[in-house]
Write a protein that binds this ligand. Structure first.
Ligand SMILES: [Zn+2]
Length: 398
């Protein structure tokens, strides 16, 4: 048991910081009590105490569009890579993410199902990692956006249905598809739809049978409208979206991760050795991407934080997950909604709203501490002094 005292809990749902108090986390890793700072001592409770000296306690970050196993530049991906090598690369990224304050991730394609493998190692206590909600491998048409990325490949209703069942049976929490092209490859465009109605129906059927949902890499309006009609619940990127499309997304109450990082991280792309066509694709899409995200914000779509990069990678000096948060905020998302996109709204997306994304009794003891109040300015998240997961101190720079 640990008591984190002299701290102000940030309620990301109500948008208020509570008065100074203390949070106690039990042996089960869940928050057992939130009380006045002196309350535990008065009752003679002598747990280990960590004094936060007035810092703000904020829920552990939840990053919703993660690739831990991705290789940069993409062309160096080896589809026949030994799974152990994939796992080592992914484990390092998982560790970086956790240390940066990301206590939960939703992965949306990992080579060799590295997310599902890491989760086993994490559950066994062999390694530290964010909690992982994983897709296993994304499912792509043979010539689609996933080509060369060690995805699962399928065609037709039956092929996609079976491929989705394979990932679900391996332990996937959701199904990832590509309904359009993207920006990764030379000559590729996010404006081109690449799945038939029947193919989308196949994955939606498999997901529904397993009480879960489909998340779509989605470049443009027409394919998004198609996928909305067919029951896809979670949309990523949205590089080119018109008013009609964002209105339909709002009406269907789906989730949207804009991944602004993808078109706004030139220096990072260059540092990672991205090839020039990928960089030019990203920069060329930058303006219309931002315009689309602004439409989505005005339409009041449920926004979640996703980076498309390993979320702990530093982009312009901050972890990618925070870089994305600041970009969403700059694009016009309110401070509270920006903070919710990486906490309570993200928890809803992964169907964990009763356990993750808030600091409440009965919830996971996942949180970070900052000197300044993120509700006043999200930039205060640049200085995270403490990372705690399931009540265990992961990093302490107090
Ligand atoms: Zn992605």
């Amino acid at each position: 048991m640990t008591i984190f005292t002299n701290t102000r809990v940030v309620d990301v749902v109500e948008g208020v910081a509570k008065p100074l108090g203390a949070v106690r986390v039990g042996e089960d890793g869940k928050i057992s009590e939130i009380a006045e700072a002196t309350s535990f001592a008065k009752r003679g409770i002598s747990d280990e105490v960590i004094d936060l000296d007035g810092r703000f306690l904020f829920p552990g970050l939840i990053s919703c569009h993660t690739h831990l196993s991705v290789v940069f530049p993409f062309s160096l991906t080896d589809p026949h890579e030994n799974p152990a090598v994939t796992a080592y690369r992914s484990a390092q990224r998982a560790s970086d993410a956790l240390l940066s304050g990301v206590t939960t991730i939703r992965s949306v394609h990992e080579q060799n199902q590295a997310d599902l493998m890491l989760r086993k190692a994490f559950a066994a206590g062999w390694m530290k990692s964010p909690r992982i909600f994983g897709a296993g491998r994304a499912i792509s048409t043979p010539d689609g956006h996933g080509r060369g990325s060690a995805c699962s490949y399928a065609k037709d209703f039956e092929g996609f249905y079976q491929a989705a069942l394979d990932e679900l049976n391996a332990g996937a929490d959701h199904i990832k598809i590509f309904i359009t092209g993207g920006l990764a490859h030379a000559g590729e465009s996010p404006d081109v739809p690449e799945m038939s109605d029947d193919e989308i129906r196949g994955v939606v059927k498999a997901a529904t049978e397993h009480d879960t949902y489909v998340v779509a890499h989605a470049g443009e309006s027409k394919a998004i409208q198609q996928a909305l009609r067919l029951g896809v619940r979670s949309f990523e990127h949205g590089y080119v979206m018109d008013q009609e499309t964002v209105d339909q997304m709002a009406a269907k109450d789906v989730f949207y991760s804009p991944t602004l990082c993808v078109t706004r991280s030139e220096s990072w792309m260059r540092a990672k050795g991205f090839e020039e066509p990928s960089i030019q694709n990203a920069l060329k899409a930058s303006e219309r991407h931002l315009a689309s995200v602004k439409l989505a914000i005005k339409a009041n779509i449920k926004m979640t934080n996703g980076t498309d990069y390993p979320p702990g990678d530093l982009v312009d000096g901050v972890p990618a997950a925070l870089h994305e948060l600041f970009l969403m905020h700059e694009a016009g998302l309110s401070t509270l909604k920006s903070l919710q996109s990486i906490t309570s709204m993200a928890a809803k997306l992964i169907k964990q709203e009763n356990f993750l994304g808030q600091i409440r009794e009965g919830f996971a003891g996942d949180f970070i501490a900052t000197k300044g109040n993120p509700l006043d300015d999200p930039q205060h998240l640049r200085e995270i002094d403490l990372v705690v997961q399931s009540g265990e101190v992961i990093r302490n720079s107090l």
